[in-house]
Ligand binder design. Structure first.
Ligand SMILES: O=C(CO)COP(=O)(O)O
Length: 126
């Protein structure tokens, strides 16, 4: 793990309220992390907790998931929280699957729902 660990945060549209609440709830721990996020998700996190260190990438359907996958492949992401919407078809479903695949290949702790994300955050010491 690098000196400032990096967490990737992504939420599909139906889960963005949950992600904003997640960022507020875990703000004190997330202050010690660099956050990378897809475009719209990152904006919602910045609105919810303006003092967090958020780098916004492209929106998911425009390549943001792939950008985060590339960061995982180069060893720059330590944890992934991806709040997925399993009830809505996505035009970029292949990108979503590719990101989950890379997080698995590189053995990155990955939460795909809020309950697991909260447990992962509880394991962090800072
Ligand atoms: O579509 C997404 C993940 O697949 C998320 O992208 P946005 O955060 O830009 O909405």
């Amino acid at each position: 793990m690098t000196s400032v660990p990096c967490i990737a945060l992504i939420a599909h549209d139906q889960k963005k309220d949950d992600m904003a609440e997640f960022a507020r709830r875990h703000r004190s721990k997330l202050l010690h992390w660099r956050i990378v996020a897809t475009g719209t998700t990152g904006g919602r996190i910045q609105d919810a907790a303006p003092d967090l260190n958020v780098t916004r990438l492209k929106s998911g359907p425009l390549g943001g998931d792939q950008q985060i996958g590339a960061l995982i492949a180069t060893g720059e992401v330590d944890m992934l929280v991806f709040l997925v919407d399993p009830l809505t078809p996505m035009p970029h479903d292949v990108d979503v699957k590719a990101l989950m695949r890379l997080a698995t290949v590189y053995d990155i702790p990955m939460a795909l729902n809020l309950a697991t994300a909260d447990i992962l955050m509880q394991t962090l010491t800072a």
